[in-house]
Design a protein around this ligand. Structure first.
Ligand code: NAP
Length: 289
C-alpha cells in the first residue's frame, strides 16, 4: 500500500540523532523537491525518565504509526525488541533504522526471528516477512544543523513511495543518497565516523597554537572556518583532493614542509587504516548482540 502523504511516525530513541531527525521533519525545509510529506503525528520514546522529559517537547499523541524510526544505540536493540508487544506492533510497518552496523537482514531477524526458528514459522511463512520494508540509513551528527549527509539502502520489497518518504525525511536534515547495501559499511563509516577523525585533526592543529603561546579560543574559529572553506573547494578542484593540495604547497614553502612531516609520520596511511578498522567493526555489529 503506498505511504500516505501525512504519515504518523514513531521515533524509538529520542537521543541526539533521533531528536535532530524529529525536529527536522516537524519543521520541514521549504524545498522544491517533490513529493512533499507532512507528519500527521510524531510519537517520541526514550529510555530514562530524564530523556523522556526532554523528548516530551515534541508532540507525542498515542496513535498507531505508519513508520517506525529506530534510533537507539545498536547495543540496545535486543532490549527494545524484547519489550512485550514491541515486535508484534512493528510487524507490517515501515522500519527505518539509523543504528550503525545493523543490516537489513538483522532488522528482519529482530522483527521476525531467525529463518530457522520453529516458533517463528507462522511469521517466517507469512507474506509480512517477505514483504518487509526496511531501510538501513546512516546520517551524521550534522543533522543537528540540517547539514548531514545520509546514506540509505533498503530491502528489495521497499516500495517507491516508501523510498520517496525516506529520501524526504533525510533531506530535511541535509542531503540523502541511496547506495547498494554491499558498499554500505565502508561508505557509512566515511559519513558517520570520518567526522570524528577530522575533529581530531582540528584538535591537533589547535595544540600547535597553544604550543606557540596562543590560546585555543582565539584561534578555534579561524582554524574551523578555514578548514570548512578549504573542503568546499575540493569539488571544484577536480577529481582528486591531491590536485588542490599541490596548488597550496608552493615550492620551498611552509605547506610542503608540513606535508612531508605528516608523510614521514605515516598520517595518510593511519587515516586509511583507521577507517578500515571502523568498516570492519561495522561489518561485525550485526553479529554482535
Ligand atoms: N551519534 C552519531 O554521530 C551517529 C551517527 C550515525 C548514526 N548513529 C546511530 O544513531 C543511533 C542513535 O545515536 P545517538 O548518538 O543519537 O545516541 P543517543 O544520544 O544515546 O540516543 C539514544 C536514545 O535511545 C534511547 N533509548 C535507550 N533505550 C531505549 C528504550 N528501551 N526505548 C526507547 N528509547 C531508548 C536513549 O534514552 P536514554 O538516554 O534515556 O537511555 C536515547 O534517548 C545509534 O544507533 C547510532 O549508531 C549515530
Amino acid at each position: 500500500m503506498p505511504l500516505d502523504a501525512n504519515p504518523t511516525i514513531a521515533v524509538i530513541g529520542c537521543g541526539t540523532l533521533g531528536t535532530a531527525l524529529a525536529t527536522g521533519i516537524l519543521a520541514p525545509k521549504d524545498t522544491s523537491d517533490s513529493p512533499k510529506f507532512t507528519i500527521k503525528h510524531l510519537i517520541a520514546t526514550a529510555g530514562t525518565a530524564s530523556s523522556k522529559r526532554a523528548a516530551s517537547k515534541t508532540p507525542s499523541p498515542n496513535t498507531n504509526a505508519d513508520v517506525v524510526l529506530l534510533a537507539v544505540k545498536p547495543i540496545k536493540r535486543e532490549d527494545v525488541f524484547s519489550i512485550p508487544g514491541f515486535k508484534e506492533a512493528i510487524r507490517g510497518k515501515i522500519v527505518i533504522s539509523i543504528m550503525a552496523g545493523i543490516t537489513t537482514a538483522e532488522l528482519a531477524r529482530l522483527i521476525y526471528g531467525n529463518d530457522d526458528d520453529d516458533d517463528n514459522d507462522e511469521h517466517n511463512n507469512s507474506n509480512e516477512r517477505v514483504n518487509l520494508q526496511a531501510i538501513r540509513a546512516m546520517p551524521n551528527m550534522a543533522a543537528r544543523i540540517r547539514s548531514a549527509v545520509t546514506l540509505y539502502t533498503s530491502t528489495p520489497t521497499t516500495t517507491p513511495s516508501t523510498l520517496s518518504f525516506t529520501h524526504w525525511l533525510f533531506t530535511q536534515v541535509g542531503t540523502a543518497q541511496s547506495i547498494p547495501e554491499k558498499s554500505f559499511d565502508i561508505c557509512a563509516v566515511l559519513v558517520g565516523c570520518a567526522g570524528s577523525l577530522l575533529l581530531l585533526v582540528i584538535d591537533g592543529l589547535l595544540d600547535a597554537a597553544v604550543a606557540e603561546g596562543v590560546r585555543r579560543p582565539e584561534v578555534q574559529d579561524l582554524v574551523v572556518n578555514s578548514a570548512i572553506g578549504m573542503m568546499r573547494l575540493v569539488p571544484e578542484a577536480g577529481d582528486h583532493p591531491g590536485l588542490l593540495r599541490e596548488k597550496i604547497a608552493s615550492p620551498g614553502g611552509c605547506s610542503i614542509r608540513a606535508l612531508l612531516e605528516l608523510e614521514r609520520l605515516g598520517v595518510r596511511s593511519a587515516f586509511t587504516g583507521a577507517i578500515l578498522k571502523a568498516a570492519e567493526r561495522s561489518r561485525e555489529m550485526s553479529g554482535s548482540r
